[in-house]
Design a protein around this ligand. Structure first.
Ligand SMILES: [Zn+2]
Ligand SMILES: [Zn+2]
Length: 482
């Protein structure tokens, strides 16, 4: 019984681990590496395991850093089952199509360049066809229903409260008469976040793999964040301007809509036109509405009260580019939620071009802005930015509101681990090395538990490690030919 870490070990993205038990191999997540150009080039590397050896895939949730290389797995011949929550399957359908379209576009751009140089053409990382094949292989599961996916291997998904359909993966393994329970946290939501339940706590585990994205910090309080948003809306109303909210299509857009719905009367939102200007966010919102039975108590109550929450009275869903362009003519009274979340592309770019130079407009940054992105330039207080080759003066008021993270902070992570009474051995993944290390130390000190920051290529003998708290390391394996 072995566990091998391949991705999101010592880094945040590219979640991917291999479990060997009962003579079978299971892949936990198959995520894309995200970041700079050099990091992303690693997505083209061969898988460090033999694809034909994988018997089943278990997907914790739909985010690209967990699901993004599934179409590549299929391209390399994988035809087995992919287990995920039903909502994750639906969201993957949206996300992987988009991701495939991007890789087809990248390949086209690259090939035009190569053709001019007389170089041979390259194939896209994967195509929409591969993405569709993933959805055909996906097997939907409900939370809390134990399913024997292979002889001696039983899978149970629990609500992780991170995005719709996100799951904590519990695997009960039997090998040579010995039982071992492995719990993989996936990405854990913060406690008290809107719409979704708080992360569930499986009762028992022998080994835990836990995310550690914010293992070294505490989030700003959500109440303060909500209050801040209310104040921005009031001052934009006084200024007679528009409000732009760049937001990721899945999760953050729905959360912003939810806050607007919850405080609709208090913030006088009847005076505004609210635009959800992103086909992907519209599709993702549909998935959120379809799974309203998974809402927490407050969201369920609001949904009954406001009817079809978060479908607000004055919400415009703009599907086409033409509809999106029409918003440019609105001089005041528009709240525009559009992607991309970091303002690097998508429809938010043309809204910024038409509003940034206007003193009466407001931009509300609700998510992480990577270095180098247009969003980051705004957060950093640049006087001028370049949009579509044009220098634009930044006169609009830029607000950065924290406290909307989809990940638990240090306290949330400690709370979640602390609920395992037997203090199982824990491997920390999905965090930058120093962040994970801070959490490792804290878990050791507070709970007296054995915590380890997972390393790429590290192999753990599960039975030996739970018996004697021992692990062995072996060098990073040479990539197998796929
Ligand atoms: Zn995630
Ligand atoms: Zn993640």
């Amino acid at each position: 019984m072995q566990l091998e870490f391949y991705g999101a070990a010592g880094e945040v993205t590219g979640s991917c681990h291999v479990l060997r038990a009962a003579d079978r191999q299971i892949l936990l997540d198959c995520g894309m590496i995200q970041g700079g150009r050099r990091d992303e080039a690693r997505n083209h590397d061969p898988f460090p395991f033999r694809v034909s050896d994988i018997d089943a895939v278990v997907l914790s949730h739909s985010h690209i850093d967990h699901s993004g290389r599934l179409p590549l797995l299929v391209r390399h011949g994988y035809q087995g089952p992919i287990y995920a929550h039903y909502a994750s399957r639906d969201l993957c359908e949206i996300l992987l199509q988009d991701s495939a379209q991007l890789s087809e576009r990248d390949a086209r751009t690259e090939n035009r360049r190569r053709e001019r140089k007389g170089l041979p053409a390259v194939a896209p990382l994967y195509t929409r066809q591969h993405a569709r094949a993933v959805i055909r292989l996906a097997k939907g599961l409900h939370y809390r229903s134990a399913t024997e996916i292979l002889p001696g291997i039983t899978l149970t998904l629990h609500d992780a409260g991170h995005i719709m359909g996100s799951a904590i993966v519990e695997l009960s393994l039997i090998e040579d008469g010995e039982r071992h329970t492995l719990v993989f946290s996936g990405d854990l939501g913060p406690r008290g976040a809107p719409i979704l339940h708080d992360p569930a706590v499986p009762e028992h585990a022998d080994t835990v793999i836990m995310e550690s994205t914010y293992g070294d910090r505490a989030h700003r309080s959500r109440d303060a964040t909500v209050q801040e948003l209310g104040e921005i809306i009031r001052s934009a109303e006084r200024d007679r301007g528009n409000i732009l909210i760049p937001a990721f299509a899945i999760g953050r857009s729905q959360e912003v809509l939810y806050m607007l719905g919850k405080h609709y009367d208090e913030w006088d939102l009847d005076r505004w036109h609210i635009f959800l200007d992103s086909p992907m966010a519209i599709d993702a919102s549909e998935v959120y509405w379809n799974y309203s039975h998974l809402y927490d108590d407050e969201a369920t109550m609001l949904r009954h009260r406001i009817n079809e929450m978060p479908r607000l009275r004055n919400l415009h869903l703009t599907e086409t580019v033409e509809e999106s362009r029409v918003i440019n003519r609105v001089r005041n009274g528009a709240i525009v939620i559009a992607g991309s979340g970091m303002c690097n592309g998508g429809r938010i770019v043309h809204h910024l071009k038409h509003n940034l130079w206007r003193r009466e407009c407001h931009v509300v940054i609700v998510g992480y802005q990577a270095a180098g992105s247009l969003g980051r330039q705004l957060v950093d207080g640049r006087q001028f930015v370049r949009i579509q080759g044009e220098a634009i003066k930044v006169n609009a008021q830029i607000h950065t509101i924290g406290g909307l993270s989809a990940h638990g902070d240090q306290n949330d992570l400690l709370h979640w681990y602390g609920a395992f009474a037997n203090r199982p051995r824990v491997f920390l993944v999905h965090g930058e090395s120093e962040t994970s290390d801070t959490l490792r130390e804290l878990i050791g000190r507070r709970f007296g538990a054995v915590a380890t920051v997972a390393q790429t290529g590290q192999v753990i003998d599960l039975l030996a490690s739970s018996r004697r708290g021992r692990e062995r390391r072996r060098p990073v394996p040479r990539p197998a030919k796929n």
